[in-house]
Design a protein around this ligand. Structure first.
Ligand code: CAA
Length: 380
Protein backbone atom coordinates (compact mmCIF):
# COMPACT_ATOMS: atom_id res chain seq x y z
CA UNK A 1 0.00 0.00 0.00
CA UNK A 2 1.35 3.46 -0.94
CA UNK A 3 0.43 6.49 1.12
CA UNK A 4 1.46 9.17 -1.31
CA UNK A 5 -0.41 12.00 -2.93
CA UNK A 6 -0.52 12.06 -6.72
CA UNK A 7 1.05 14.97 -8.60
CA UNK A 8 -2.44 16.46 -9.18
CA UNK A 9 -3.25 16.22 -5.49
CA UNK A 10 0.03 17.87 -4.51
CA UNK A 11 -0.60 20.66 -6.99
CA UNK A 12 -4.13 21.11 -5.67
CA UNK A 13 -2.82 21.30 -2.11
CA UNK A 14 -0.27 23.98 -3.06
CA UNK A 15 -2.89 26.00 -4.95
CA UNK A 16 -5.43 25.86 -2.12
CA UNK A 17 -2.77 26.66 0.49
CA UNK A 18 -1.78 29.78 -1.46
CA UNK A 19 -5.44 30.82 -1.76
CA UNK A 20 -5.94 30.15 1.98
CA UNK A 21 -2.88 32.16 3.01
CA UNK A 22 -3.44 35.07 0.64
CA UNK A 23 -7.23 35.41 0.52
CA UNK A 24 -8.83 33.53 3.43
CA UNK A 25 -6.41 34.09 6.34
CA UNK A 26 -6.47 37.93 6.25
CA UNK A 27 -10.27 37.87 6.88
CA UNK A 28 -10.39 35.05 9.44
CA UNK A 29 -10.12 37.13 12.60
CA UNK A 30 -12.55 39.79 11.39
CA UNK A 31 -15.34 37.38 10.42
CA UNK A 32 -14.88 35.53 13.72
CA UNK A 33 -15.41 38.81 15.57
CA UNK A 34 -18.29 40.20 13.49
CA UNK A 35 -20.00 36.91 12.58
CA UNK A 36 -20.50 38.28 9.07
CA UNK A 37 -21.03 35.44 6.58
CA UNK A 38 -18.13 35.49 4.05
CA UNK A 39 -20.13 35.14 0.85
CA UNK A 40 -17.22 36.63 -1.11
CA UNK A 41 -15.02 33.78 0.16
CA UNK A 42 -17.50 31.22 -1.18
CA UNK A 43 -17.52 32.96 -4.55
CA UNK A 44 -13.71 33.13 -4.76
CA UNK A 45 -13.47 29.48 -3.68
CA UNK A 46 -16.00 28.55 -6.37
CA UNK A 47 -13.84 30.25 -9.01
CA UNK A 48 -11.10 27.78 -8.04
CA UNK A 49 -13.56 24.88 -8.39
CA UNK A 50 -13.90 24.26 -4.64
CA UNK A 51 -17.72 24.42 -4.35
CA UNK A 52 -18.16 20.98 -5.92
CA UNK A 53 -14.73 19.35 -5.64
CA UNK A 54 -15.87 15.76 -6.23
CA UNK A 55 -18.79 16.51 -8.54
CA UNK A 56 -18.13 15.45 -12.16
CA UNK A 57 -17.09 18.23 -14.49
CA UNK A 58 -20.09 17.62 -16.77
CA UNK A 59 -22.32 18.57 -13.81
CA UNK A 60 -20.48 21.78 -13.00
CA UNK A 61 -17.96 20.39 -10.49
CA UNK A 62 -14.21 19.77 -10.54
CA UNK A 63 -14.31 15.98 -11.00
CA UNK A 64 -11.74 15.25 -8.30
CA UNK A 65 -11.60 12.43 -5.75
CA UNK A 66 -12.45 12.35 -2.03
CA UNK A 67 -8.81 12.61 -0.84
CA UNK A 68 -8.53 15.81 -2.92
CA UNK A 69 -11.68 17.06 -1.22
CA UNK A 70 -10.03 16.39 2.18
CA UNK A 71 -6.97 18.37 1.12
CA UNK A 72 -9.19 21.33 0.23
CA UNK A 73 -11.06 21.32 3.54
CA UNK A 74 -7.84 20.83 5.54
CA UNK A 75 -6.01 23.69 3.84
CA UNK A 76 -8.90 26.15 4.20
CA UNK A 77 -9.52 25.14 7.85
CA UNK A 78 -5.82 25.50 8.60
CA UNK A 79 -6.38 29.26 8.40
CA UNK A 80 -10.15 29.64 8.93
CA UNK A 81 -12.41 26.91 10.29
CA UNK A 82 -15.53 28.96 9.52
CA UNK A 83 -14.67 29.01 5.82
CA UNK A 84 -13.82 25.29 6.01
CA UNK A 85 -17.25 24.29 7.28
CA UNK A 86 -19.09 26.52 4.78
CA UNK A 87 -17.38 24.66 1.94
CA UNK A 88 -17.73 21.28 3.61
CA UNK A 89 -21.51 21.61 3.99
CA UNK A 90 -21.97 22.70 0.38
CA UNK A 91 -19.79 19.84 -0.93
CA UNK A 92 -20.58 16.96 1.41
CA UNK A 93 -24.04 17.60 2.71
CA UNK A 94 -25.76 19.08 -0.33
CA UNK A 95 -23.89 18.33 -3.58
CA UNK A 96 -23.02 14.75 -2.64
CA UNK A 97 -26.55 13.48 -1.82
CA UNK A 98 -27.94 15.05 -5.02
CA UNK A 99 -25.15 13.36 -6.97
CA UNK A 100 -25.87 10.03 -5.28
CA UNK A 101 -29.67 10.05 -5.09
CA UNK A 102 -30.93 12.77 -7.45
CA UNK A 103 -32.72 12.36 -10.77
CA UNK A 104 -31.12 13.77 -13.95
CA UNK A 105 -33.52 16.69 -13.78
CA UNK A 106 -32.63 17.41 -10.13
CA UNK A 107 -28.92 17.25 -10.94
CA UNK A 108 -29.37 19.78 -13.71
CA UNK A 109 -31.58 22.13 -11.72
CA UNK A 110 -30.03 21.90 -8.23
CA UNK A 111 -26.60 20.26 -8.40
CA UNK A 112 -25.12 22.27 -11.25
CA UNK A 113 -25.57 25.71 -9.60
CA UNK A 114 -24.41 24.34 -6.23
CA UNK A 115 -21.31 22.65 -7.64
CA UNK A 116 -20.33 25.72 -9.65
CA UNK A 117 -20.90 27.97 -6.62
CA UNK A 118 -23.59 30.02 -8.30
CA UNK A 119 -25.80 28.97 -5.39
CA UNK A 120 -25.06 27.94 -1.80
CA UNK A 121 -26.64 24.96 -0.06
CA UNK A 122 -27.59 23.99 3.47
CA UNK A 123 -28.61 20.70 5.13
CA UNK A 124 -31.71 20.94 7.30
CA UNK A 125 -32.02 17.89 9.54
CA UNK A 126 -31.60 19.03 13.18
CA UNK A 127 -34.59 20.30 15.16
CA UNK A 128 -35.03 21.61 18.69
CA UNK A 129 -36.12 18.13 19.85
CA UNK A 130 -34.08 16.06 17.37
CA UNK A 131 -30.29 16.41 17.59
CA UNK A 132 -28.46 13.13 18.17
CA UNK A 133 -31.84 11.37 17.83
CA UNK A 134 -32.34 12.56 14.27
CA UNK A 135 -35.27 10.18 13.65
CA UNK A 136 -37.31 12.10 16.26
CA UNK A 137 -37.77 15.08 13.93
CA UNK A 138 -41.26 16.67 13.94
CA UNK A 139 -41.33 18.68 10.69
CA UNK A 140 -44.17 17.22 8.64
CA UNK A 141 -44.74 16.80 4.90
CA UNK A 142 -48.38 16.33 3.83
CA UNK A 143 -49.11 15.16 0.30
CA UNK A 144 -51.54 17.43 -1.51
CA UNK A 145 -52.04 16.69 -5.22
CA UNK A 146 -48.73 17.02 -7.02
CA UNK A 147 -47.12 18.85 -4.07
CA UNK A 148 -46.04 18.21 -0.50
CA UNK A 149 -46.88 20.82 2.12
CA UNK A 150 -44.19 21.24 4.78
CA UNK A 151 -44.66 22.61 8.31
CA UNK A 152 -42.07 22.77 11.08
CA UNK A 153 -38.73 24.24 12.04
CA UNK A 154 -35.00 23.47 12.11
CA UNK A 155 -32.13 24.69 14.29
CA UNK A 156 -28.35 25.11 14.02
CA UNK A 157 -28.39 25.11 10.23
CA UNK A 158 -24.91 25.95 8.92
CA UNK A 159 -25.03 28.26 5.83
CA UNK A 160 -28.72 28.75 6.67
CA UNK A 161 -28.67 32.55 6.64
CA UNK A 162 -27.39 32.68 3.05
CA UNK A 163 -28.31 29.38 1.36
CA UNK A 164 -30.43 29.48 -1.77
CA UNK A 165 -31.08 25.72 -1.74
CA UNK A 166 -31.88 23.60 1.32
CA UNK A 167 -32.00 19.84 1.64
CA UNK A 168 -34.88 19.48 4.10
CA UNK A 169 -35.89 16.35 6.00
CA UNK A 170 -39.55 16.00 6.99
CA UNK A 171 -41.87 13.23 8.05
CA UNK A 172 -44.78 11.96 5.99
CA UNK A 173 -45.76 9.69 8.91
CA UNK A 174 -44.58 10.61 12.42
CA UNK A 175 -45.61 7.22 13.86
CA UNK A 176 -43.25 5.43 11.47
CA UNK A 177 -40.18 7.23 12.97
CA UNK A 178 -37.21 6.91 10.61
CA UNK A 179 -39.19 4.99 7.98
CA UNK A 180 -41.53 7.99 7.57
CA UNK A 181 -38.79 10.51 6.79
CA UNK A 182 -38.51 12.02 3.31
CA UNK A 183 -35.85 14.35 1.84
CA UNK A 184 -36.77 17.43 -0.21
CA UNK A 185 -34.79 19.88 -2.33
CA UNK A 186 -36.22 23.27 -1.49
CA UNK A 187 -35.58 26.73 -2.90
CA UNK A 188 -35.10 29.29 -0.11
CA UNK A 189 -37.26 31.64 -2.17
CA UNK A 190 -40.31 29.33 -1.71
CA UNK A 191 -43.39 30.85 -0.08
CA UNK A 192 -43.52 29.79 3.58
CA UNK A 193 -39.71 29.46 3.94
CA UNK A 194 -38.19 31.77 6.58
CA UNK A 195 -34.79 32.04 8.19
CA UNK A 196 -34.08 33.10 11.78
CA UNK A 197 -31.38 35.44 13.08
CA UNK A 198 -27.64 34.88 13.23
CA UNK A 199 -26.68 32.45 15.99
CA UNK A 200 -23.61 33.76 17.90
CA UNK A 201 -21.44 30.81 18.89
CA UNK A 202 -18.24 29.90 20.75
CA UNK A 203 -16.42 29.27 17.46
CA UNK A 204 -16.92 29.05 13.67
CA UNK A 205 -18.87 32.19 14.28
CA UNK A 206 -19.49 33.33 10.70
CA UNK A 207 -20.87 30.08 9.29
CA UNK A 208 -24.40 31.44 8.92
CA UNK A 209 -25.91 29.24 11.63
CA UNK A 210 -29.60 29.92 11.99
CA UNK A 211 -33.08 28.49 12.41
CA UNK A 212 -35.36 27.70 9.48
CA UNK A 213 -39.15 27.86 9.61
CA UNK A 214 -41.58 26.25 7.17
CA UNK A 215 -45.20 27.32 7.19
CA UNK A 216 -47.56 25.67 4.71
CA UNK A 217 -44.59 25.57 2.31
CA UNK A 218 -45.51 23.85 -0.96
CA UNK A 219 -42.80 21.70 -2.51
CA UNK A 220 -43.52 19.95 -5.83
CA UNK A 221 -43.22 16.15 -5.61
CA UNK A 222 -40.58 16.37 -8.36
CA UNK A 223 -38.29 17.85 -5.65
CA UNK A 224 -38.44 14.74 -3.47
CA UNK A 225 -34.91 13.28 -3.31
CA UNK A 226 -35.01 9.49 -3.72
CA UNK A 227 -38.15 7.59 -2.71
CA UNK A 228 -40.53 8.94 -0.08
CA UNK A 229 -39.31 6.53 2.64
CA UNK A 230 -35.58 6.95 1.81
CA UNK A 231 -35.05 10.21 3.69
CA UNK A 232 -33.44 8.87 6.85
CA UNK A 233 -31.05 6.59 4.97
CA UNK A 234 -30.15 9.50 2.67
CA UNK A 235 -29.42 11.62 5.77
CA UNK A 236 -27.26 8.91 7.33
CA UNK A 237 -25.36 8.08 4.13
CA UNK A 238 -24.80 11.81 3.55
CA UNK A 239 -23.47 12.26 7.08
CA UNK A 240 -20.99 9.42 6.49
CA UNK A 241 -19.44 11.60 3.79
CA UNK A 242 -19.87 14.76 5.84
CA UNK A 243 -17.95 13.23 8.73
CA UNK A 244 -14.93 12.81 6.46
CA UNK A 245 -15.12 16.53 5.70
CA UNK A 246 -15.29 17.40 9.40
CA UNK A 247 -12.31 15.12 10.06
CA UNK A 248 -10.36 17.06 7.44
CA UNK A 249 -11.52 20.28 9.09
CA UNK A 250 -10.29 19.07 12.51
CA UNK A 251 -6.90 18.10 11.00
CA UNK A 252 -6.66 21.56 9.41
CA UNK A 253 -7.49 23.37 12.66
CA UNK A 254 -4.92 21.25 14.52
CA UNK A 255 -2.29 21.86 11.82
CA UNK A 256 -2.88 25.61 11.95
CA UNK A 257 -2.60 25.67 15.75
CA UNK A 258 0.52 23.51 15.61
CA UNK A 259 2.21 25.92 13.20
CA UNK A 260 1.30 28.88 15.43
CA UNK A 261 2.65 27.03 18.49
CA UNK A 262 5.86 26.05 16.75
CA UNK A 263 6.69 29.53 15.47
CA UNK A 264 5.90 31.08 18.86
CA UNK A 265 8.13 28.51 20.58
CA UNK A 266 10.99 29.47 18.29
CA UNK A 267 10.57 33.24 18.77
CA UNK A 268 9.71 33.57 22.43
CA UNK A 269 12.56 33.55 24.93
CA UNK A 270 12.34 32.78 28.63
CA UNK A 271 15.19 32.00 31.05
CA UNK A 272 17.53 33.32 28.33
CA UNK A 273 16.62 30.83 25.61
CA UNK A 274 13.94 30.11 23.02
CA UNK A 275 10.99 28.09 24.35
CA UNK A 276 11.74 25.49 21.66
CA UNK A 277 15.03 24.64 23.39
CA UNK A 278 13.17 23.30 26.44
CA UNK A 279 12.45 19.61 26.32
CA UNK A 280 8.94 20.08 27.76
CA UNK A 281 8.02 22.22 24.73
CA UNK A 282 9.83 19.90 22.30
CA UNK A 283 7.79 16.98 23.64
CA UNK A 284 4.57 18.96 23.17
CA UNK A 285 5.53 19.60 19.53
CA UNK A 286 6.47 15.93 19.05
CA UNK A 287 3.10 14.74 20.41
CA UNK A 288 1.17 17.32 18.41
CA UNK A 289 2.79 16.49 15.07
CA UNK A 290 2.39 12.75 15.64
CA UNK A 291 -1.29 13.06 16.50
CA UNK A 292 -1.97 15.31 13.49
CA UNK A 293 -0.35 12.78 11.17
CA UNK A 294 -2.38 9.94 12.71
CA UNK A 295 -5.59 11.94 12.25
CA UNK A 296 -4.71 12.85 8.67
CA UNK A 297 -4.06 9.21 7.80
CA UNK A 298 -7.38 8.09 9.34
CA UNK A 299 -9.12 10.82 7.34
CA UNK A 300 -7.44 9.75 4.09
CA UNK A 301 -8.28 6.12 4.86
CA UNK A 302 -11.96 7.03 5.21
CA UNK A 303 -11.75 9.09 2.00
CA UNK A 304 -10.15 6.18 0.20
CA UNK A 305 -12.91 3.88 1.51
CA UNK A 306 -15.55 6.30 0.19
CA UNK A 307 -13.95 6.11 -3.25
CA UNK A 308 -13.66 2.33 -3.21
CA UNK A 309 -16.24 0.75 -0.92
CA UNK A 310 -20.02 0.63 -0.83
CA UNK A 311 -20.23 1.41 2.86
CA UNK A 312 -17.63 3.46 4.75
CA UNK A 313 -19.70 4.31 7.82
CA UNK A 314 -17.13 2.80 10.22
CA UNK A 315 -14.08 4.48 8.69
CA UNK A 316 -15.79 7.90 8.62
CA UNK A 317 -16.95 7.64 12.25
CA UNK A 318 -13.51 6.50 13.43
CA UNK A 319 -11.81 9.37 11.61
CA UNK A 320 -14.28 11.95 12.98
CA UNK A 321 -14.04 10.62 16.55
CA UNK A 322 -10.24 10.62 16.59
CA UNK A 323 -9.55 13.83 14.71
CA UNK A 324 -12.07 15.95 16.63
CA UNK A 325 -10.69 14.85 20.00
CA UNK A 326 -7.13 15.18 18.68
CA UNK A 327 -7.89 18.77 17.64
CA UNK A 328 -8.90 19.58 21.25
CA UNK A 329 -5.61 18.23 22.55
CA UNK A 330 -3.45 19.91 19.91
CA UNK A 331 -5.12 23.34 20.10
CA UNK A 332 -4.96 23.21 23.90
CA UNK A 333 -1.20 22.48 23.82
CA UNK A 334 -0.65 25.22 21.22
CA UNK A 335 -2.41 27.66 23.57
CA UNK A 336 -0.33 26.41 26.52
CA UNK A 337 2.89 27.07 24.59
CA UNK A 338 1.75 30.69 24.18
CA UNK A 339 1.22 31.02 27.96
CA UNK A 340 -0.72 34.13 28.98
CA UNK A 341 -0.55 35.54 25.43
CA UNK A 342 -2.41 32.49 24.17
CA UNK A 343 -5.37 33.45 26.30
CA UNK A 344 -5.61 36.88 24.70
CA UNK A 345 -7.11 37.97 21.38
CA UNK A 346 -3.68 39.17 20.25
CA UNK A 347 -2.83 35.70 18.92
CA UNK A 348 -4.84 33.41 16.65
CA UNK A 349 -4.41 30.40 18.87
CA UNK A 350 -7.45 31.14 21.07
CA UNK A 351 -9.62 31.10 17.92
CA UNK A 352 -8.26 27.68 16.91
CA UNK A 353 -8.97 26.45 20.47
CA UNK A 354 -12.60 27.66 20.27
CA UNK A 355 -13.13 26.48 16.70
CA UNK A 356 -11.87 22.97 17.40
CA UNK A 357 -14.59 22.37 19.99
CA UNK A 358 -17.45 22.15 17.48
CA UNK A 359 -15.83 19.29 15.55
CA UNK A 360 -16.70 17.03 18.50
CA UNK A 361 -20.34 18.07 18.26
CA UNK A 362 -21.64 18.72 14.74
CA UNK A 363 -22.33 15.97 12.19
CA UNK A 364 -22.72 13.63 15.16
CA UNK A 365 -21.21 14.05 18.62
CA UNK A 366 -18.28 11.88 19.74
CA UNK A 367 -20.83 9.79 21.64
CA UNK A 368 -22.82 9.21 18.41
CA UNK A 369 -19.59 8.23 16.60
CA UNK A 370 -18.93 5.66 19.34
CA UNK A 371 -22.46 4.26 18.89
CA UNK A 372 -21.86 3.94 15.15
CA UNK A 373 -18.38 2.40 15.59
CA UNK A 374 -19.54 -0.06 18.26
CA UNK A 375 -22.45 -1.24 16.15
CA UNK A 376 -20.19 -1.69 13.09
CA UNK A 377 -17.46 -3.61 14.91
CA UNK A 378 -19.99 -5.84 16.71
CA UNK A 379 -21.57 -6.79 13.37
CA UNK A 380 -18.22 -7.74 11.80
N1 CAA B 1 -26.07 4.63 5.78
C1 CAA B 1 -27.23 4.09 5.30
N2 CAA B 1 -28.23 3.67 6.12
C2 CAA B 1 -28.06 3.79 7.45
C3 CAA B 1 -26.90 4.35 8.00
C4 CAA B 1 -25.87 4.77 7.12
N3 CAA B 1 -24.73 5.30 7.57
N4 CAA B 1 -27.01 4.34 9.34
C5 CAA B 1 -28.20 3.80 9.63
N5 CAA B 1 -28.84 3.47 8.48
C6 CAA B 1 -30.14 2.82 8.35
C7 CAA B 1 -30.17 1.52 9.17
O1 CAA B 1 -29.68 0.44 8.42
C8 CAA B 1 -31.65 1.39 9.48
O2 CAA B 1 -32.29 0.85 8.34
P1 CAA B 1 -33.54 -0.20 8.44
O3 CAA B 1 -34.72 0.59 8.88
O4 CAA B 1 -33.69 -0.72 7.05
O5 CAA B 1 -33.14 -1.24 9.44
C9 CAA B 1 -32.10 2.83 9.63
O6 CAA B 1 -31.13 3.63 8.95
C10 CAA B 1 -32.18 3.27 11.08
O7 CAA B 1 -30.90 3.06 11.67
P2 CAA B 1 -30.68 3.09 13.24
O8 CAA B 1 -31.71 2.17 13.88
O9 CAA B 1 -29.26 2.87 13.51
O10 CAA B 1 -31.12 4.60 13.59
P3 CAA B 1 -31.21 5.37 14.96
O11 CAA B 1 -32.47 6.12 14.99
O12 CAA B 1 -30.90 4.44 16.09
O13 CAA B 1 -30.03 6.48 14.82
C11 CAA B 1 -27.80 7.41 14.95
C12 CAA B 1 -28.71 6.18 14.72
C13 CAA B 1 -26.43 6.94 14.49
C14 CAA B 1 -27.74 7.82 16.41
C15 CAA B 1 -28.28 8.59 14.06
O14 CAA B 1 -29.52 9.12 14.52
C16 CAA B 1 -27.27 9.73 14.00
O15 CAA B 1 -26.32 9.68 13.22
N6 CAA B 1 -27.48 10.78 14.82
C17 CAA B 1 -26.65 12.00 14.74
C18 CAA B 1 -27.29 12.97 13.80
C19 CAA B 1 -26.27 13.91 13.22
O16 CAA B 1 -25.15 13.56 12.91
N7 CAA B 1 -26.72 15.14 12.98
C20 CAA B 1 -25.88 16.11 12.33
C21 CAA B 1 -26.71 17.23 11.82
S1 CAA B 1 -26.04 18.03 10.43
C22 CAA B 1 -24.74 18.98 10.95
O17 CAA B 1 -24.31 18.89 12.06
C23 CAA B 1 -24.14 19.87 9.90
C24 CAA B 1 -23.38 21.01 10.45
O18 CAA B 1 -23.82 21.76 11.30
C25 CAA B 1 -22.07 21.29 9.89
Amino acid sequence: MRVQLSEEQQLLRETVRRFADEVVAPKAREIDETGEFPRDFFERAAELGLAGVAVPEELGGSGMDTVSYCLVIEEISRVCATSGVILSVNNSLVCDPILQFGSDEQKERFLRPLASGEKLGCFALTEPGAGSDAAALRTTARRDGSDYVLNGSKVFITNGTHAEIALVFASVDLEARHKGIAAFLVEASSDGYKTGGHEYKLGVNASGTTELFFEEMRVPASQLLGEESDGFKIAMATLDGGRIGISAQAVGIAQGAFEEGMSYAQEREQFGQALSSFQAIQFYLADMSTEIDAGRLLTWKAAWAKENQKRYTLEAAQAKLFTSEMAQRVTSKALQIHGGYGYTKEYNVERYFRDARITEIYEGTSEVQKMVIASAVLER
